[in-house]
Design a protein around this ligand. Structure first.
Ligand SMILES: Nc1nc2c(ncn2[C@@H]2O[C@H](COP(=O)(O)OP(=O)(O)OP(=O)(O)O)[C@@H](O)[C@H]2O)c(=O)[nH]1
Ligand SMILES: [Mg+2]
Length: 413
């Protein structure tokens, strides 16, 4: 893993790294043991314990989170050397064995599963899908561009600099295959039209809710097909960045309503838009206020407390929950700052640097999404949100039987 990324593109994660948990969780976990769709790695710089795991439909992802965490240093360091070391004798017997059986056999090689999983992930790659939602004009489309032009995907830097981003009028998915250290991630960001402009904003969440459910439906249809694809393309939304207007005042009723409805079908990550319009104090105060209002309205955003798997998870996620919602700034323009090209917004009093943690929390958001919680976002999507949709759909159909291809059922989940 050490040759994966050159050190200069590997800044320390701005949020505490969370070791990815893979496959079947501990018995206390709320997740049922579902295979497909899970898997993934931190893209830019996985924490030491972040080992890629396959996403293939029935890949060997059934390892407990602790198993993976421990296996990494062992597997990564020794895989390859072990088989040779053991072919000639029992040099390691005793040191690796804990039960009577394995004492007799010596080293078995269970820890090489990590290396095997890593190789599989390198081959298959994985999908990661993000959606941006919120009131009109809050910088959603700009942030989509920022994500692709920032350190998430430096390679895609060829763009028309002076092109103004038009108002978004339809749901649009933009995808990019990003490759790092031989691991391929297909990152899709789904841009949505802003809402709140109409005189009547009733049910303005419907098109977005429909889109989310359509992706679940697509996946479900593939799953219940008699001849299933070896790997089902995953277009399900793994998270939804919900843009909050930087008003400094209470959240709008529409925001609360929207988040409440969506939070049952997708991982909601609230973000404060256009953070450059607030002072540091205003930003801190507003963040606190938003957290409180969300709590009072019973809106659970990601990472949801109820899905913390253990105390370590809880303590890591508590820190993140206290830092949310991340206050972000978006831009697709580059400027020269101290001899370096940076993404930023040029103002009369200076340049707001998008990826500078002293200026805004975009880097924190990016690290949280990709370096520490990517795997977990995929798991919660698959094991909780998709599972809820699937159970409801299969019940509606009176059991497990294939759904015909012209069945255009839409769920009101
Ligand atoms: N100050 C500031 N302005 C921003 C930021 N991000 C985007 N903008 C500006 O806000 C305006 C709207 O940006 P868009 O990205 O089109 O906003 P949107 O949310 O996609 O708008 P709709 O498609 O209408 O929903 C543009 O003039 C952007 O340059 C930001 O972080 N700070
Ligand atoms: Mg837009």
């Amino acid at each position: 893993m050490s040759d994966v990324v050159p050190p200069e593109v590997r800044p320390k994660p701005a949020v505490p790294a969370k070791p990815p948990s893979v496959g079947v969780p501990s018995p206390s976990s709320p997740f049922p043991p579902q295979g497909p769709g899970v898997g993934g790695v931190g893209v830019s710089a996985p924490p030491p314990s972040a080992i890629p795991v396959p996403i293939g439909s029935h890949g060997p992802s059934h390892v407990s989170s602790h198993g993976v965490g421990h296996g990494v240093s062992h597997g990564a360091g020794h895989a390859g050397s072990h088989p040779a070391a053991h072919s000639g004798g029992h040099g390691h017997s005793g040191s690796h064995s804990s039960s009577g059986g394995s004492t007799l056999l010596g080293y078995i090689g269970i820890d090489t599963i990590i290396e095997q999983m890593r190789k599989k992930t390198m081959k298959t790659g994985f999908d990661f899908n993000i959606m941006v939602v919120g009131h009109s004009g809050l910088g959603k489309s700009t942030l989509v561009n920022t994500l692709f032009k920032s350190q998430v995907s430096r390679k895609s830097a060829g763009w028309a600099r002076d092109e103004k981003i038009p108002k978004t009028v339809e749901i649009k998915a933009v995808s990019h295959v990003i490759e790092e250290g031989g691991v391929k991630m297909k990152l899709t960001v789904v841009d949505t039209p802003g809402f709140g402009d109409q005189i009547n904003n009733d049910n303005c969440w419907e098109p977005i809710s429909k889109y989310i459910n359509e992706q679940y439906e697509k996946f479900l249809k593939e799953e219940v097909n008699i001849t299933r694809k070896k790997r089902i393309p995953d277009t399900r939304m793994h998270c939804c960045l919900y843009f909050i207007s930087p008003t400094g005042h209470s959240l709008r009723q529409l925001d609360l309503e929207f988040m409440k409805r969506l939070s049952h079908s997708v991982n909601i990550i609230p973000v404060i838009a256009k953070a450059d319009t607030m002072t540091i104090e205003e930003r801190q105060e507003f963040k606190q206020r938003v957290r409180k209002e969300l709590e009072m309205s019973g809106i659970e955003f990601y990472p949801q407390k109820e899905f913390d798997e253990d105390m370590e998870d809880k303590s890591d996620n508590d820190k993140i929950r206290e830092a949310m919602p991340f206050a972000v700034v978006g831009s697709d323009k580059e400027y020269q700052v101290n001899g370096k090209r940076v993404l930023g917004r040029k103002t009369a009093w200076g340049i707001v640097e998008v990826e500078n943690p002293n200026h805004c929390e975009f880097a924190q958001l990016r690290d949280f999404l990709i370096r520490s919680h990517l795997q977990d976002l995929k798991e919660v999507t698959h094991n909780i949100h998709y599972e809820t949709y699937r159970a409801k759909r299969l019940n509606e159909n009176g059991g497990l039987h294939p759904i015909s291809s012209n069945d255009t059922q839409e769920s009101n989940l």
